[in-house]
Design a protein around this ligand. Structure first.
Ligand code: PHE
Length: 502
């Protein structure tokens, strides 16, 4: 029949030879094809309505290692019984064990079952038989032998007695049960017509070799037709983790927009993480619950005295800024404490303290830590995207425009800016994006213009537009996740399914 490939024709012919109905295993044996080849051929043959596939599910029993060993050497109680018979029907437990060749681990089993089967009794150290000839094999032993011979058996094929025996073997944990699917093929009417017309078993060439071309034999051989639309096997090549891909993209977008990357250490003094950002020393974010403090070493070094004093003054009474400050006594010891940075704004302000000349456009994409309960939307260790724009006449509009450009490049469509609060910015806002699948707004980042109380000590004269936000949140939207923890779970299935981003 036109269009049938070699394996398909061989399968049909084997099926015909087996009377029109046979299991895949029998067809494989008869045709000499591999099981998988018959299965593949079956797929085509059944779509072309030449064969029908009957599927049946069976519970199949096999012996586990212990079961296999008992099948070969006998159940421990049987071995003990034989040893005792040889010793005259009564012996010390230890002696019987030695005679039977049973090790200490098997003796309790042997004794237990000897008693249960009523073959003998144990009194103190002595073991006495109730029988004086060997009792016939029990159903459990018959079944053990049967499974051992056939290597596996189908539960449904067992008699009622042997099914009961199977329960005992199951309880003794000697067998494994598995559900298997058996497939039987049957020629359809169409299939019978086809085989009756006669099928030619012509060797087909699946690969055109140089030799075939040179010899000119390619003109006479039959070349296999390929179904180019058939699904190929799934391939899972190594690839960069989805989160790393998103980090890379964030970097690229910043670079495209003319920003330069800055980085800093994971461990910072509270001075850079909080004080230089005008966060008062009794600010709730500084408490143990939110911040990881280092136990060893506990304290770091403060920057130049002049700068530290300016920060202290600003906290206490506003210094030259016209602000009233926080009105408390600033404590340098509190500022020296080492923390795992809670935001990358620590690096931003550090950078500003060293670079004051506009224009400045810098960013960071880096790790931060917060003492948070890990939930579907919170992690204790995550990444922040952060940036600043420093120039003479920049305004909040420029900040919103920059963020809109940034997140649009990321592929987000609905972005809004809502009012917010940060101790270091005025005005303050947050950017939010609409998550189409979750149907809710997701916070992207905090943003604002640095307050005079932040800028005066670092002696920056121009407005500083700043923002910072979670990268994993962005990844959630990008990857359509509703649980942030999946990003760190190394779930192989998810990693394989997640495509590379463009
Ligand atoms: N540092 C803030 C946070 O971690 C974000 C922010 C950065 C807000 C810069 C305003 C300006 O949430």
């Amino acid at each position: 029949m036109a269009g049938l490939r070699l394996h398909e024709r061989k399968t049909l012919m084997a099926l015909q030879g087996l009377g029109g109905k046979a299991s895949v295993e029998d067809i494989a044996e008869k045709s000499g094809l591999a099981h998988a080849a018959v299965m593949r051929a079956t797929l085509t043959l059944s779509t072309r309505n030449l064969v029908r596939v009957h599927e049946r599910k069976w519970n199949v029993v096999t012996l586990n290692e212990e079961g296999g060993s008992y099948a070969q050497h006998g159940l421990p109680e049987r071995r003990l019984l034989r040893a005792l018979l040889g010793l005259g029907g009564e012996a010390d437990v230890d002696e019987a064990a030695r005679e039977a060749g049973l090790d200490a681990g098997l003796m309790p089993i042997a004794l237990g079952w000897l008693k249960r089967k009523n073959w003998g009794v144990i009194k103190g150290e002595k073991c006495t038989l109730n029988v004086n000839t060997e009792p016939p094999l029990g159903d459990d032993e018959k079944l053990l032998a049967k499974i051992f011979e056939g290597r596996s058996i189908i539960v449904d094929d067992l008699s009622r007695e042997l099914k009961e025996a199977l329960n005992i073997l199951k309880k003794r944990k000697l067998v494994d049960l598995e559900e298997k699917t058996y497939r039987e093929l049957e020629l359809t009417e169409e299939g019978w017509k086809t085989v009756k017309k006669g099928l030619e078993i012509l060797e087909e060439v699946t690969q055109l070799t140089p030799e075939l071309i040179i010899s000119g034999r390619w003109k006479s051989v039959k070349l296999t037709r390929f179904d180019v639309a058939a699904p190929g096997p799934a391939v899972y090549p190594g690839k960069v983790h989805p989160l790393q891909q998103i980090i890379k993209r964030a970097r690229e977008i910043f670079l495209e927009m003319g920003f330069t990357e800055i980085r800093g250490p994971l461990v910072e003094t509270a001075f850079w993480n909080f004080d230089a950002l005008f966060q008062p020393q009794d600010h709730p974010a500084r408490e143990m619950m939110d911040t990881f403090y280092l136990a060893n070493p506990q304290a770091g070094r403060l920057p130049s005295k002049r700068f530290v004093e300016a920060v202290a003054k600003t906290h206490e009474d506003g210094w030259v800024t016209g602000s009233k400050g926080w009105r408390y006594k600033w404590n340098p010891e509190e500022a020296k404490r080492l923390v795992l940075r809670t935001h990358t704004t620590a690096e931003t302000i550090k950078y500003l303290a060293a670079h004051k000349k506009p224009p400045i456009k810098v960013f960071s994409v880096d790790r931060v830590y917060r003492n948070e309960q890990v939930t579907y939307k919170h992690l204790a260790e995550f990444h922040q995207i952060e940036g600043i724009v420093v120039d003479k006449r920049v305004t909040l509009r420029d900040l919103m425009g920059t963020l809109k450009t940034f997140y649009t490049k990321f592929g987000l469509e609905k972005i809004e800016f809502w009012p917010s609060y940060f101790p270091y910015t005025e005005p303050s806002a947050q950017a939010v994006a609409y998550h189409p699948r979750l149907k809710r707004w997701i916070e992207l980042c905090g943003m604002g213009i640095f307050r005079p109380e932040v800028l005066a000590p670092v002696r920056v004269k121009c407005p500083v537009l700043a923002w910072g936000g979670g990268l994993e949140r962005l990844a959630m939207i990008e990857l359509g996740l509703d649980d942030i923890r999946l990003l760190y779970a190394n779930n192989l299935g998810w990693l394989r399914r997640t495509p590379l981003c463009q």
